[in-house]
Structure formats: structure tokens, C-alpha cells
Design a protein around this ligand. Structure first.
Ligand code: HEM
Length: 210
């Protein structure tokens, strides 16, 4: 990848990370959070998504194809592309490195998660509902790995939004970038609480539902 072509590929990679993949992640975490209101509430929310017309078609267009593109090009960027071409401070350097590490963790985590849920359902081995997630997460090691996966995703999206705003020329001044760091920091905390609470609700429902 060189010159102008690389510029457009990186722009497409960046855009797909936010729309549709980032938007999907937020929607997915919010639907999962219905688990904190109990089995029935979760099954109803998940059932709404399951009932959407042309679901498999929608999933490929909105999730799998953009995510595969972002993931494969992400691996290339993380391992092959020149690292950190701009001079960054200590904090941003770390954020930049963790962005790449969480991307690689996400590739493995998402493949595993899709295998345990969507693929098992497609093979007729399980049904996507509260019970399925309770069975999966009742193993403490799996629960810990899921929480790590969720935190990787919330970090990767929040920090990714920070660099997205810089890349697309929206935050150019040091002040706007500092404000954006704080906003994305808050976003990371909020999304992480939503995601982790949802995961815990499948295993400790009594703690959440009175
Ligand atoms: C939940 C799934 C994912 C979401 C929501 C997501 C979102 C994002 C966002 C918003 C960005 C910032 C784009 C920019 O800098 O303009 C980004 C960057 C990045 N993503 Fe992802 N991503 C996901 C999965 C992955 C996966 C599976 C990989 C595979 C390695 C990956 C690798 C990368 C890399 C390497 C960057 C940095 C690009 C750069 O420095 O130019 N991402 N991602």
C-alpha cells in the first residue's frame, strides 16, 4: 500500500471502525444491558433484534463484512504499517500502542464469541437467549475472558473515536484534543460499566434484580 491509495484505505478503515462497527458495538452493549432487568427483559430485547426482517443479510452488511475489512486491514496496520509516524507524547504513545493490542485481542475475542453464540445457534445446538449466555458465562475463567474482551472493545472504540476526530480534521488544536481526551475517557468508563454490568447480570441475576 503506497501513497494516495494507502490514504484512502486508511480513511475507509477509520470510517468503518465508527460506522457501522462502533455504532453496532454501542447498540449491542445497550441490548445486553437489559439482562440487568432480568431474563424476561433480556429475551424480549434480544427477541426484537432476532425478529428483524432479513436479519442474516443485515448482519453481513452491517457487521461481518465491515468488521472483517476493519480487522484484516487492522492486522496489517498493527504489524506491517510504519508504527507511530507522528511524534506523540508519552500518554498518546501508550494509547496508540494499546489501540493496536486491543484490536488484536478483539479479533480473537469476537471470533470466539461469534462461534459460541451465532454459529452454535446456526448449527442448531443452542438458542440465542438469556439461558445461553448464563451457560457460557457460568465458567469463571470464561467470565473473566469476556470481561477482558468487553473492556478491550470499549477502550478500542473510545480511543479510536479520539484518533478518528484527529484523522478527519475535527479536533486539530491541542485544546480540542485535550477536551476530546476527557470526553472519550468518560465514554470509556460509561460503556465499560454498561458492558461489565450486563456480563455479570447473566451470572449473578439476584444481585441486579431485587
Ligand atoms: C468492536 C470492534 C471494533 C471497533 C468498534 C473498532 C473501532 C475502531 C475505531 C473507531 C478506530 C479509530 C480509527 C481512526 O484512527 O481513525 C479503530 C482503529 C484501529 N482498529 Fe479497530 N475496531 C474494532 C475491531 C478491530 C479489530 C478486530 C482489529 C484487528 C486488529 C482492529 C484494529 C485496529 C487498528 C490497528 C486501529 C488503528 C488504526 C491506526 O492507527 O491508523 N480493530 N478501530
Amino acid at each position: 500500500m503506497a501513497g494516495k491509495n494507502e490514504f484512502y484505505w486508511r480513511r475507509l478503515h477509520s470510517l468503518l471502525g465508527v460506522i457501522p462497527v462502533g455504532v453496532f458495538l454501542v447498540q449491542h452493549l445497550v441490548i445486553n444491558h437489559f439482562a440487568t432487568s432480568g431474563e424476561e427483559a433480556f429475551n424480549k430485547a434480544a427477541g426484537f433484534v432476532e425478529g428483524l426482517p432479513f436479519l442474516i443479510f443485515l448482519e453481513f452488511i452491517v457487521i461481518y463484512i465491515p468488521l472483517l475489512f476493519h480487522g484484516i486491514l487492522g492486522i496489517y496496520i498493527a504489524f506491517v504499517a510504519k508504527n507511530n509516524p507522528i511524534r506523540l507524547g508519552w500518554f498518546r504513545n501508550w494509547m496508540f500502542t494499546i489501540q493496536r493490542i486491543t484490536g488484536i485481542i478483539l479479533l480473537a475475542f469476537i471470533a470466539w464469541h461469534v462461534y459460541q453464540t451465532r454459529i452454535q445457534a446456526a448449527l442448531g445446538n443452542a438458542e440465542v437467549n438469556f439461558q445461553m449466555m448464563e451457560d457460557i458465562l457460568s465458567n469463571p475463567l470464561v467470565l473473566i475472558l469476556y470481561i477482558l474482551g468487553i473492556l478491550s472493545a470499549t477502550f478500542h472504540l473510545s480511543n479510536g473515536l479520539w484518533s478518528f476526530l484527529v484523522r478527519w480534521g475535527i479536533t486539530q488544536s491541542p485544546t480540542s484534543q485535550r477536551i476530546s481526551s476527557w470526553v472519550m475517557g468518560v465514554l470509556f468508563v460509561v460503556l465499560s460499566i454498561i458492558g461489565v454490568r450486563a456480563a455479570l447480570a447473566f451470572v449473578f441475576p439476584d444481585f441486579f434484580v431485587g
